[in-house]
Design a protein around this ligand. Structure first.
Ligand SMILES: *Cc1c(COP(=O)(O)O)cnc(C)c1O
Ligand SMILES: [Zn+2]
Length: 427
């Protein structure tokens, strides 16, 4: 049996080639692979990691797992390549979090600086295969940057819908530079999200938000790759920031498939971290997965500033499959964690630091045991949000105490002034 689109609510099936993002019943769609008929093994993925051959997809950390991602002809693949991101360890960071075995998978080291490239290589490949001429997304910034870049490489027109004034500088710069038609919607992300869905439906544009099941398939490879990085010995926990809940959806599906295929003996537990000011999943979780109640979102971590997450039902499914937990962290905790990640020389954007802040909180609550093996996913690059970083260190970030500030010092152009500054730095 070939892969199909299957509704997660009613089980209705559609062919992969049909352009639709939801079931007739309104349910979200999954790409359902016929796992029993796939010929995949750890050895196959190990062999491919060597990355021989001229085509970029052969060096991609997404297409290495292509049987579990998308059945498509090799010539159609649009790849940078993406993935193959580093797994960093820092003794100082582990100590701060309170764990012996803590590492971070840095998805901010993808081609456009966020994990969105993993879903986008699949989404753009499929858009081309379907014959689309134009693609669109609503975005807090990183999806826009990624889609704009991949669309430009594939020769597709890109239209991005962003919340006016709420996109980090590096991300808006990328969308403009890569040539996307950039629509600054007067409203928040959730307003941009409903407008893009309506526009795609009415204007015949292919929608590349994470409601699109093909993007979820690409994002699964974060988990495939991190387990491969660990020699196929899964960690106890995977901790990550949760906004529109695409990753929460993708990570659960990835783990479920790996276990079904017998590629891992047990599933790690997922820990989804939300900003306290944008916490609809946390609120639902705290009440035994009560129905989603959208919130008006506000947080310094603009990438997860989302009040009405589109993948909510898929996320709940993932958390149930993996005995997952949800935790919320304040903006102060996020910026403290970011300063520690940054000072370790690793660096990330605020939303990514939420994962580290969440890990630390779960350790302090005793939910994660100090002896457990934990991987946090850093979703975006330090350079995405220079304003947040510089304002923090200058002590100018509203409502945030800069506990780890590294203030620039203005000096006169003299050796004495340098000596004085060094002396001060020593104190
Ligand atoms: C998109 C994004 C998120 C949120 O991921 P979801 O899959 O929407 O939950 C978190 N961090 C960064 C840096 C992002 O770009
Ligand atoms: Zn359905």
């Amino acid at each position: 049996m070939a892969a199909v689109l299957r509704c997660m609510e009613c089980g209705a099936e559609y062919s992969l080639g049909e352009i639709r993002y939801r079931c007739r019943c309104g349910g979200l769609l999954d790409v359902a692979h016929d796992l029993g008929s796939l010929r995949v093994s750890r050895e196959l993925f190990e062999e491919r990691e060597a990355g021989q051959g001229p085509e970029p997809w052969r060096r991609s950390g997404v297409w290495r797992f292509r049987e579990l991602v998308l059945p498509v002809e090799s010539q159609l693949i649009v790849s940078r390549p993406e993935g193959n991101t580093p797994l960093y360890r820092s003794a100082a960071l582990a100590r701060w979090v309170g764990l012996e075995d803590f590492s971070v998978k840095h998805e901010g080291e993808n081609p456009t600086g966020s994990f969105k490239d993993r879903g986008m290589t699949v989404g753009i490949t499929w858009a081309k295969a379907l014959g689309a001429k134009a693609v669109a997304c609503a975005s807090t910034g990183n999806t826009a940057a990624s889609m704009a870049a991949y669309a430009a490489m594939a020769g597709l027109k890109a239209i991005v819908f962003v919340p006016q004034g709420k996109v980090a500088l590096g991300k808006i710069a990328q969308a403009l530079a890569y040539g996307a038609l950039t629509l600054e919607v007067e409203g928040d992300f959730d307003a941009a999200m409903s407008l893009v869905q309506e526009s795609c439906r009415e204007l015949g544009i292919y929608l590349l938000n994470s409601v699109n099941p093909f993007r979820i398939e690409g994002q699964k490879t974060i988990v495939f790759e991190l387990i491969q990085d660990l020699g196929w010995d899964p960690p106890d926990w995977i901790v990550f920031p949760a906004g529109n809940l695409g990753n929460t959806a993708a990570f659960g599906k990835a783990l479920w498939e790996l276990r079904e295929l017998g590629l891992i003996p047990r599933m790690p537990r997922l820990a989804a971290v939300q900003a306290a000011g944008a916490n609809p999943l946390y609120r639902s979780y705290a009440r035994g997965f009560a129905p989603l109640e959208p919130v008006r979102a506000e947080t310094v971590a603009t990438a997860i500033r989302i009040g009405n997450p589109v993948s909510f039902p898929r996320a709940v499914r993932s958390l149930r499959w993996t005995e997952g937990v949800v935790v919320e962290v304040t903006d102060q905790e996020i910026m403290d964690a970011k300063a520690v990640v940054d000072a370790a020389g690793i660096g990330c954007e605020p939303a990514s630091a939420a994962a580290v802040a969440g890990a630390r909180k779960l350790v302090s609550q005793g939910v994660i045991k100090r002896s457990e093996r934990v991987v946090a996913v850093l979703t975006g690059n330090l350079l995405k949000d220079p304003e947040a970083t510089v304002s923090y260190h200058a002590g100018k970030l509203q409502g945030i105490e800069p506990r780890f500030a590294n203030r620039p010092r203005r000096i006169a152009p003299s050796l004495e002034a340098v000596a004085e500054a060094l002396e001060e730095g020593r104190r």
